[in-house]
Write a protein that binds this ligand. Sequence first.
Ligand code: PYC
Length: 404
Amino acid sequence: GLSQGADWPRAWREHPIRASYDVVIIGGGVHGLATAYYLAKNHGITNVAVLDKGYLGGGGSGRNTAILRSNYLTPEGVRFYDRSMQLYEHLAADLNFNVMFSRRGHLTLAHNDSSLRTMRWRAEVNKQQGVDSDVIDPNEIAKLVPYLETSPNTRYPILGALYHPPGGIIRHDAVVWGYARGADANGVHLHQNTEVTGIDVADGRVTGVRTRRGRIATGAVVNCTAGWSTIISDMAGVSMPVTTSPLQAAVTEPVRPFLDTVVVSGTLHVYVSQTDRGELVFGASVDPFTSYSMRGSLEFVEGLAGHVLELMPALSKMRLLRQWAGLCDMTPDYSPIMGPTEVDGFYVDVGWGTYGFKAGPVSGEAMAECVATKRTPEIIAAFPLSRFDAGELVGEKGAAAVGH
Ligand code: PYC
């Protein structure tokens, strides 16, 4: 079967590395590729290179659980993620690539009074920003997810849920491939296996990037990495309040479709959705330690299985097929760090915690505008690095899918 595709054209090309580029983007995940795509498409800046030390989409973009939503806690967060949802909605048409966007509703369960209060708070903030989101009761939840254990006699009874109808899932690899293909078609160079080893700064300005394949002269560098974001920023002499923790996930064998919403339980530290192929995709909270390790653990699957069965006892016979981990760069307020830095020409789009994938399109659009116009767009104005010194935090911990 696969040999039938032998003559298919490559989705993107390989080029020799140029001696200089107008913009060098470090990190070939959805953020880096989207930034390159919008630089070319929206601003006509095409002398752009995206560098990745591995392969495109091999980091967080290929390791997340592909959930999309905009039901955040702060007005700044809600507006930002809602713009991403709008871009995701039209992404297949924009990129002429099937990204399999599936809008199916997103439920965040509340098992105690304090989570119910936070859900009500989020619902009100969401509605004020025009985002469809409301608190519903266990009867309504049971209608949406018949296999969920909604009886009041369980260890963690479900008291209600934040229901966000626009939420859903998408094929995360397709998003990466679509942006890569679109960026390539617009003239951007994509360099895989090109690890960055240094960033040259002279008189407070970026002058170039050193890689294992040689030096590139440039006046603009965008750090779109996750996991290694502090290491890259340190190369430019910019330090950031970020710690890195693994987040583990797992997928089951495929079964007939029975779950057509995304279900999240913060108390039980689990979220689950069913893919179009029928697999159940599970995730949890970040591991309780900092590490660059992307190894899965038995402890994680044991905890996950126990928690999933509290929610859906009918799944007890299902078999897990795979588990994996990705790296999450956590900031003190659980919001990203975006925009220019004290080094002229060095921009950051980092610190995504567990929210990075869903922000890919809006981040790319905003970072491209920031680099092209040298002005910070309004939609990311709340997320500068300087906010930690100024004490102007944008607290989004209460909108985390699960407790961290
Ligand atoms: O914030 O929706 C979320 C999420 C899902 C998986 C990790 N974070």
